[in-house]
Design a protein around this ligand. Structure first.
Ligand code: FES
Ligand SMILES: [Fe+2]
Length: 452
């Protein structure tokens, strides 16, 4: 039986917290996602500091399409498909760089920085000058805009403006990183790798603060990440050793208790999920949190909500390490993961080196946390294929029905114990998206209510 014969509503049971596992492996669902989600949503492409000079470009993805994001001579930014309008070859094989134009290496058609076709070999001899070059430029995205240096685009001309799409929750998510210094910049080099998993399992993991105490125990006990070790001690009180060699069990339990989470729910499926700012932050100081610009930009909720922000559908902003990641669906069971690292532009050389070392040690292909996480996502995907295992629901039952939504400061938040509300919010929004809801309907269905 295929998913197409099911009512999409049955796939996500918000009342029981049961998610049909077939959404992780079904090919028809994957096609729906490409069309209804990745074909319409504003998607993160890159940060403006990656393409500062005219002619600078970065190759990004929008669903299964590759796009070139290019700084123009007038300093504006344009993005267009990296596929030649002659016979489909990529017009640029480099992932980033600087150029005066893009010449396809198949037959030599040449496009300028705006994607317009400016050169065709044999125009007179072979085409008799009858080819209308103005009709064969590279296909441009429908809308492109940036928020605090984060460049997004959509192929849907009817999509609401970017700031509206981000809403208060999406903007706060970016503010939490962008406002850490007067100017933040991307550390050169984006790390990319592939995990054999469905893209929704890594996004489902973004607000999951239930797993670190188990999944990341080897990272903690290896002592590679002393900062994390301190966090884990506070979070859980189980398993690892203290700096003076004491077993954790001897420490007071539950100093960072499960009663202390702040979940922010946003329109279109965005959220911030995880712990309230508290003892964990005393253990791992975050000096930018006292910066006046930061305090003002993020407001009272941003100062409290210290979890992981997610901008639907696939952007994760890691406020602790100053990184962002996209989880790019390549197939139902294949996800490409990209990592950008950020640093304050005026950081000292020593600070820059420390940041880079920390970021590459936690996430990305060499990141110990991500290697531990990736195993879970791949296993979860593989075991969603079985005739029998696919019948067992993916469960999100924590605190279900008891999440009181507080509408305050222009945001909707739930204050409760450790919970799975963000994941439920993600799947509820996903369901609205793949049902092909109009933008108005989508907004209505993803506007937080009073309880979940
Ligand atoms: S495919 Fe690009 S010039 Fe022919
Ligand atoms: Fe993890």
């Amino acid at each position: 039986m295929t998913i197409a014969s099911d009512d999409i509503r049955q796939l996500i049971r918000l009342d029981t917290g049961e998610i049909d596992r077939r959404i992780f492996v079904d090919e028809e669902i994957f096609e729906l996602e490409m069309r209804e989600i990745f074909g319409r949503a504003w998607l993160f492409l890159c940060h403006e500091t990656q393409i500062p000079k005219p002619g600078d470009f970065f190759e990004a993805t929008m669903g299964r399409d590759n796009v070139l994001v290019v700084r123009q001579r007038d300093r504006s930014i344009k993005a267009f498909l990296n596929t030649c309008t002659h016979r489909g070859n990529a017009v640029c094989r480099a992932e980033e760089g600087n150029t005066r134009n893009f010449m396809c290496t198949y037959h030599g058609w040449t496009f300028d920085l705006a994607g317009d076709l400016v050169g065709v070999p044999g125009m007179e001899t072979y085409y008799g000058n009858r080819l209308d070059k103005s009709k064969h430029g590279l296909k441009k995205v429908s809308q492109l805009d940036s928020y605090k240096g984060f460049v997004f685009a959509t192929f849907d001309p009817t999509a609401p403006p970017l700031e509206e799409f981000l809403g208060a929750t999406g903007r706060l998510s970016i503010d939490l990183l962008a406002e850490r210094a007067d100017e933040m910049e991307v550390i050169p080099g984006v790390q990319k790798f592939i995990v054999d998993c469905n893209w929704k399992l890594p996004t489902d993991n973004i607000p999951d603060w239930y797993h670190p105490q188990i999944t990341h125990m080897s990272a903690v006990s290896s002592d590679v990440l002393p900062g994390l070790r301190v966090q884990e001690e506070i979070v859980d009180g189980g398993g690892a050793k203290t700096p003076d060699g004491q077993r954790i069990e001897q420490l007071p339990q539950g100093r960072f208790t499960v009663t202390d989470c702040v979940t922010v729910l946003g329109e279109y499926g965005h959220y911030i999920g995880g712990p309230r700012n508290g003892p964990r932050d005393e253990a791992t100081p975050r000096p930018w949190r006292t910066r006046p610009g930061f305090v003002e930009a993020v407001g009272p909720v941003g100062m409290e909500a210290n979890g992981h922000p997610s901008i639907f559908p696939h952007l994760w902003i890691v406020t602790s390490s100053g990184q962002v990641s996209v989880r790019i669906p390549r197939a139902a069971n294949k996800t490409e993961i990209w990592w950008w690292g950020f640093r304050p532009k005026n950081a000292s050389d020593e600070e820059k080196a420390m940041l880079l070392a920390h970021q590459t040690h936690v996430f990305g292909p060499a990141g110990i946390l991500e290697q531990e996480d990736g195993e879970n996502w791949a296993q979860g995907t593989m075991h969603s294929y079985g005739e029998h295992s696919s019948q067992i629901p993916h469960l999100l039952k924590m605190n279900i029905g008891h999440g009181q939504v507080i509408h305050e400061h222009g945001l909707a938040r739930i204050e409760s114990a450790l919970n799975e509300h963000p994941q439920l919010w993600q799947y509820a929004s996903w369901q609205a998206w793949i049902s092909g809801a109009s933008w108005d309907e989508l907004l209505r269905r993803t506007t937080p209510g009073d309880r979940m």
